[in-house]
Design a protein around this ligand. Structure first.
Ligand code: ME8
Length: 515
């Protein structure tokens, strides 16, 4: 068998940690599904994957939401964090740790990074006065604000209402990092993906950086600043540090050495600046290696409209799974939306993907192939005779899929990786229609066996490679093909089904959706 690609090399990936100020929505589910698929892909490709996710419990927004609900902030954080964790579990997410920034080891990591930045001379005390967006937990320069129709001061890019803030805070010398950041983006163009985001960040940083206020004194829901407990850290300082906590910083050197720097931070496009400007600057200051790549996915819209409680189009991800099943929902979002771009979803689009791509293209091919093997060969995998040019071409195409998928997945082009699988399924459906094994069976059983063998091989290889997207359905399909449950890593694509293997009577893995 072929050597595994990863050869147990470490691969550390993370999601953003969500604010648990409400219930999780489809946008969160989308991020989890996509990151889990990337994690599973790497694991099946032989990497030693560590996958971190969790919740970001601190900040003014959490405190304000709790006050509005009349409950203690930690109670709000725990209750909703439980919901985020339950969603991850429902989505079948293969995370290794669900971190909450209230965890004790996280406080320790946040203090340690702060201390290192302070020791480097990059933190000083001053007075902050300016505009603050509580919803995004972000500071705004005067020039980036405007006045809305009602006379409120709002952030020009998001339209969010701003509050005027004046307090004594610690500042981080962000302005001193401009040149080093530009050098980073230019010498490591792969640091930010997709490219459009990199260009955005580059022009933002070229425009000049202000020092960043990194502590707050007007509320106390956060990590206390070491030696200055009247200050809590600005929520983004402790939030970003979760990625280090997740690999044992600062006490567990062995884990840190194995998994840091992170290979991939998966985030949404609205938090690029925090991850691609602030985060590398904090790390440079603290003398910690930089992550290898930050990839920003797009936003999801319901029928092209922004999801909002007032429009009444907020869809609960659990309800979608109840209706369509987990694997079809995972497949739908990953196939329908070009990863890195915004995307839209609707019930029509989901149903059409389920029926066309899953039931017809994949399910039907598998069901026809397997049931003909049962019917004409008594359930034993036929021995292929000599291959025709068409047979050989199709097998060669299936054998090339893994390499193509690696290329796409290394760029986080998940949708393109899926597309190469489905175009091979389409080709195989054309092949089976042209070969007509159901007719051949009457005249040439040997040739029938060869055609069914080729089809079964394509189904097996695609089922192995589609596991990261649809773990449960692919496992069922691989069971029907009697593929050893302990040999389902991608290296298994390089072997062949053993002729003579007894297959069970198949039942459809991808049923049509009927409302
Ligand atoms: O930003 N479509 O938390 P968050 C797709 N705590 N993705 C979406 C989305 C949508 N409609 N809405 C949100 C935070 N997201 C911080 C992160 S990381 C150190 C701290 C994505 O709950 C969003 O882009 O507002 C982000 O990646 C994630 O959901 C959590 O968002």
């Amino acid at each position: 068998t072929a050597a595994s690609h990863g050869q147990s090399r470490p691969f550390y990936l993370t999601t953003a940690i969500a604010y648990p100020n409400g219930a999780p929505h489809i946008g969160h589910a989308y991020e989890y599904i996509s990151a889990d698929t990337l994690a599973r892909f790497k694991r099946l490709d032989g990497f030693d994957v560590r996958f971190l996710t969790g919740t970001d419990v601190h900040g003014q927004k959490m405190q304000q939401t709790a006050e509005a609900e009349g409950i203690p902030t930690d109670e709000l954080a725990n209750r909703n964090s439980d919901q985020f964790q339950a969603l991850q579990e429902r989505l079948g997410s293969s995370f290794d740790r669900f971190i909450r920034t209230s965890d004790a080891d996280h406080q320790r990591a946040s203090e340690a990074i702060w201390q290192r930045m302070a020791d480097a001379g990059d933190i000083y005390l001053d007075k902050y006065s300016g505009w603050y967006d509580v919803r995004d937990e972000a500071f705004y320069a005067e020039a980036d604000t405007s006045t809305d129709d009602a006379g409120n001061r709002v952030a020009t890019d998001t339209g969010h209402k701003l509050t005027w803030t004046e307090e004594e805070t610690y500042f981080f010398r962000l302005s001193a990092f401009q040149d080093r950041l530009i050098e980073l983006y230019e010498s490591h163009p792969e640091f930010i993906g997709p490219d459009v985001r990199r260009n955005e960040v580059l022009s933002f940083v070229k425009g000049g950086l202000n020092d960043l206020s990194i502590s707050r004194t007007t509320f106390d829901w956060g990590v206390p600043v070491p030696g200055h407990p009247d200050h809590v850290m600005y929520v983004w300082v402790d939030a970003l540090t979760n990625y280090l906590t997740g690999v044992g910083f600062p006490d567990d050197d062995a884990t840190m050495r194995r998994y840091w720097p992170a290979d991939l931070h998966i985030i949404g496009k609205d938090i690029i600046r925090f991850h691609c400007v602030y985060w590398p600057a904090f790390l440079l200051s603290a003398g910690i290696e930089l992550p290898k790549r930050v990839f920003a996915h797009g936003f999801l819209f319901n029928k092209g409209e922004k999801m909002s409680k007032s429009v009444g189009n907020v869809v609960d991800p659990q309800a979608l799974i109840d209706e369509y099943g987990l694997d079809p929902v995972r497949y739908f979002f990953l196939r329908e939306v070009s990863y890195g771009q915004d995307g839209s979803y609707s019930t029509d689009a989901i149903v059409s993907r389920i029926n066309a791509d899953l039931a017809n293209e994949f399910g039907n091919l598998a069901q026809r192939t397997l049931s003909m093997i049962v019917k004409y060969f008594d359930g034993a995998v036929p021995q292929p005779a000599e291959y025709t040019a068409d047979d050989a071409a199709l097998l060669a195409r299936a054998d090339g899929l893994l390499e193509q998928m690696r290329g796409h997945f290394d760029d986080q082009a998940i949708h393109l990786g899926i597309e190469v699988l489905w175009s091979t399924l389409a080709e195989t459906n054309r092949y089976i229609s042209a070969q007509e094994p159901w007719k051949l069976s009457k005249t040439d059983l040997e040739r029938t066996g060869t055609v069914l063998y080729v089809c079964a091989e394509v189904v097996r290889i695609v089922a192995l490679l589609a596991q990261p997207v649809m773990p449960t359905s692919c496992a069922t399909l691989l069971d029907l093909l009697v593929v050893d449950p302990d040999a389902r890593e991608f290296t298994a694509t390089a072997t062949r089904l053993a002729p003579g293997t007894a297959l069970p009577k198949p039942s459809p893995v991808f049923p049509r959706y009927e409302a």
